[in-house]
Design a binder for this molecule. Structure first.
Ligand SMILES: Nc1ncnc2c1ncn2[C@@H]1O[C@H](COP(=O)(O)OP(=O)(O)OP(=O)(O)O)[C@@H](O)[C@H]1O
Ligand SMILES: [Mg+2]
Length: 283
């Protein structure tokens, strides 16, 4: 691959409310790669996304996104935030949600007699239809988004993130709340998009298994730091034990899934959700 890395960081650190979440993070993600960001709840995965989008500064180190300072390449980034949901009474159609991904001034409203504006609007409509087709949502894109299933909504939101032809797609837990068959099909869809549109994909994930067959690289974050590499390099007992400073075992099931045993919670958080004891977690 030529050109600058899609994402590059050196000795990066971030703090929220004066608490350092992670530090000493080095990243070098090449254009076109499919990368997962993994780690337990509260460790700072979405915070890494905020840093890459330019909405939160590093407390130390350097980061570049598409060769520029974070925030400098926002026109070339498609972003799907974590935990979206639509009110069932929302009447806006799926196709309109996808269209929101385009800048209003770029697609414009069709004004009779203004051929250039109409041509831009036609191009916009064609691109909207193209990405809806790409994500396989044509059959329901004209229905109100609030009435669609979680998986259908997710496909339309991926289409929205894609509509401006981004070079980098940042997806924060896009498989969250999908059932297993939908996790597999949305994972396969994102991998196909990455290949066919030449997009670098950075996906935050809680469970690596649905995307494991497609991943070029994983970034595993722990309280403190991170390790990056191929899944085979990173998701091992010794590497994760060193990262977390506690004994962690990685088991491979007969169907190729990975199960990480002993992954700790992020410190002093989420005690409402878990007992706080080390637990077995499908990774
Ligand atoms: N603006 C903020 N001010 C203070 N603390 C924050 C802020 N944003 C995030 N945090 C805290 O930083 C930590 C990391 O949050 P983040 O959302 O990055 O975690 P995450 O790894 O994405 O977790 P999850 O898997 O639950 O989505 C959490 O403890 C969170 O409460
Ligand atoms: Mg998060």
């Amino acid at each position: 691959m030529t050109g600058p890395p899609a994402v590059w960081a050196e000795a990066a650190a971030v703090a929220v409310s004066r608490r350092t979440l992670w530090s000493g993070v080095d990243l070098d993600i090449a254009a076109g790669e499919f990368v997962a960001v993994l780690g337990p709840n509260g460790v700072g995965k979405s915070t890494l996304v905020k840093v890459l989008l330019g909405s939160l500064p590093l407390s130390a180190g350097r980061v570049r996104v598409l060769g520029r300072e974070p925030g400098g390449a926002s026109q070339e980034i498609g972003y799907l935030p974590q935990r979206r949901s639509f009110d069932p009474s929302l009447r806006v159609r799926g196709v309109d949600v996808v269209r929101l991904g385009l800048d209003g001034d770029r697609w414009g409203a069709p004004i009779p007699g203004l051929a250039r504006v109409s041509a831009a609007a036609r191009r916009a409509s064609a691109r909207v239809a193209e990405v809806i087709d790409l994500v396989g949502a044509s059959a329901y894109a004209d229905r109100p988004i609030g009435r669609l299933s979680g998986g259908e909504q997710q496909r339309l939101l991926i289409a929205q993130a894609l509509v401006r032809r981004p070079r980098l797609l940042i997806l924060d837990e896009p498989l969250d709340s999908l059932d297993l068959p939908n996790q597999s099909s949305v994972a396969a869809l994102i991998a196909r998009i990455s290949r066919e549109e030449g997009v670098t994909v950075l996906m935050v994930a809680h469970d690596v298994n649905p995307i494991l067959p497609y991943l070029d690289r994983v970034v595993y974050i722990a309280a403190g730091g991170a390790v990056a590499g191929t899944p085979a390099e990173v998701i091992t007992g010794p590497i994760l034990s060193r990262l977390y400073g506690t004994a962690i075992e990685v088991l491979a099931t007969s169907d190729g899934r990975l199960v990480v045993i002993g992954e700790p919670e992020a410190p002093a958080h989420h005690t409402d959700r878990h007992s706080g004891h080390p637990h077995a977690d499908p990774l």
